[in-house]
Design a protein around this ligand. Structure first.
Ligand code: GLU
Length: 441
């Protein structure tokens, strides 16, 4: 069974990039009838915030991405401690004391000599007496994971294909700080094992982490999950934009974007497959396929999202939007008005046109006479657009715009809008008569 996880750090709100990661993990799990876990990576107590945890849950719920379970790293420190002790005993983590400045200097020297800036493992040769002396002087070590230089690293990435890393070209990663706090890499690997994660799907900024983590899985005595790394998102201008880094559910929602539209777009973003407003999340899951994703940066185009959003809204059933509609707007009202909306909130304006008062433009004498005649006809045929315009056409010889536009203007106060055939019955005979009389005077 496929088990995936979405593992945000609650140091901020979700943005489009991590929403896409969450969605893809959800789709991957759903496709295989598997499980999708939300893992809150909150080992960094100083930067993690509870309101962000709640916002992440709320954002996922709004998107319809309901996790099958939730885990929190801050509740698992004992587990990390235990696994860490095993790695210490096995000599796979070691104590280091270099300051950030010292490390920086080492890197500069290496770069100056044309060498890759890799940690030189100087601390590995410290004797126990030297460690004791440092401890006596009040120094506390940070810890690095000892990469196995003899084991080449290779995996077949679900998106990037065969990947190879020479561990000699990587720095032994710091896994624990001097204050005892954890960096993300080791707890993540421990959790992926403990939670039975079968597939890790994340951004390509994690590719080199994966190389190190693969050796961590082995050191923990576990089989690694399958890994896939997605190309990063860029804005429509083709660059990693600042805007994308801050654009989240709150803002998109305020702009009238419906979750179905965001899901439909993000599910396909990074593939050459067409975005289809008709596909719901079950259909998107059924057709979700990592091999469709390319390595080129995926472009997120807000204008495309808004076009898609309109197409999605034109298909949304009344029951789905009822809570967002003005009081009294029933299914017939919604069905009449939705083809004209680019945001659900605009339904209120059209409902006002149906139920409230309208302000028609000033008509010419000729049009006023025509509208007075329309009132007479409507009194006879009722609120039936085809009957009304058919009779008026015969009586007045008007056609096209001259036939339709003054009626639309008098009945709605607008030059454009939803189909009159659907709108007129909603306005109703009495209100329509009043409006035509008022305009025909
Ligand atoms: N908390 C990590 C991040 O947000 C998780 C990465 C991962 O999916 O392994 O970058």
């Amino acid at each position: 069974m496929t088990v995936t996880r979405f593992a945000p750090s609650p140091t901020g709100r979700l943005h489009v990039g991590n929403i896409r990661t969450a969605l893809h993990n959800w789709l991957l799990a759903r496709r295989g009838g598997g499980r999708f876990l939300l893992r809150i990576d909150d080992t960094d107590a100083a930067r993690s915030r509870e309101d962000h945890v709640e916002a992440i849950r709320a954002d996922l719920a709004w998107l319809g991405l309901h996790p099958d379970g939730e885990e929190r790293q801050s509740a698992r420190f004992e587990v990390y401690e235990r696994e860490f002790a095993r790695l210490v005993a096995a000599g796979r983590v070691y104590r280091c004391y270099e300051t950030a400045q010292e490390l920086d200097l080492k890197r500069k020297v290496q770069l100056g000599r044309g060498l890759p800036p890799i940690y030189d493992r100087a601390a590995l040769s410290l004797s126990e007496a030297e460690h004791d002396a440092r401890a006596a002087a009040g120094e506390r070590p940070h810890w690095r994971f000892l990469l196995d230089h003899e084991s080449p690293i290779a995996w077949t990435d679900g998106i990037r294909g065969p990947q190879q890393f020479d561990p000699r070209q990587l720095s032994d990663p710091v896994v624990r700080r001097a204050d005892g706090s954890w960096l993300y890499m080791l707890p993540s690997a421990i959790d992926d094992v403990a939670m039975g994660i079968t597939d890790v799907l994340r951004g390509e900024d994690h590719v080199s982490n994966t190389a190190s983590q693969l050796q961590m899985f082995t050191a923990l005595g576990a089989e690694p999950p399958a890994f896939a790394h997605e190309a990063l998102l860029t804005g429509s201008e083709g660059k990693l934009s600042k805007r994308l880094g801050s654009l989240g559910v709150e803002e998109l929602r305020a702009a009238g974007v419906e979750p179905e539209a965001l899901v439909a777009l993000l599910a396909r973003l990074g593939t050459a497959d067409p975005v289809d407003p008709a596909l719901d999340s079950a259909a998107l899951a059924a057709s979700f396929d990592l091999s469709r994703f390319g390595r080129a940066p995926a472009r997120f185009d807000e204008a495309e999202l808004h076009r898609l959003n309109a197409a999605v809204i034109h298909r949304l059933p009344h029951a789905r939007v009822a809570a967002q509609l003005p009081p009294g707007m029933d299914e017939a009202g919604w069905n009449a008005i939705r083809p004209n909306l680019s945001r659900v909130a605009e339904a209120a304006d059209w409902w006002q046109v149906v139920n409230g008062s309208v302000t028609a433009p000033d008509f010419t004498d000729e049009d006023r006479a025509y509208l007075a005649e329309a009132a007479e006809v409507l009194e006879r045929v009722g609120a039936d657009w085809a009957a009304l315009t058919g009779a008026l056409k015969d009586r007045t010889g008007r056609k096209g715009k001259a036939l339709f536009l003054p009626l639309r203007q008098a009945l709605t106060g607008h030059d454009h809008g939803p189909e009159m055939a659907a709108l007129l019955p909603l306005i109703g005979r009495d209100a329509a008569l009043d409006r035509l009389h008022a305009a025909g005077q």
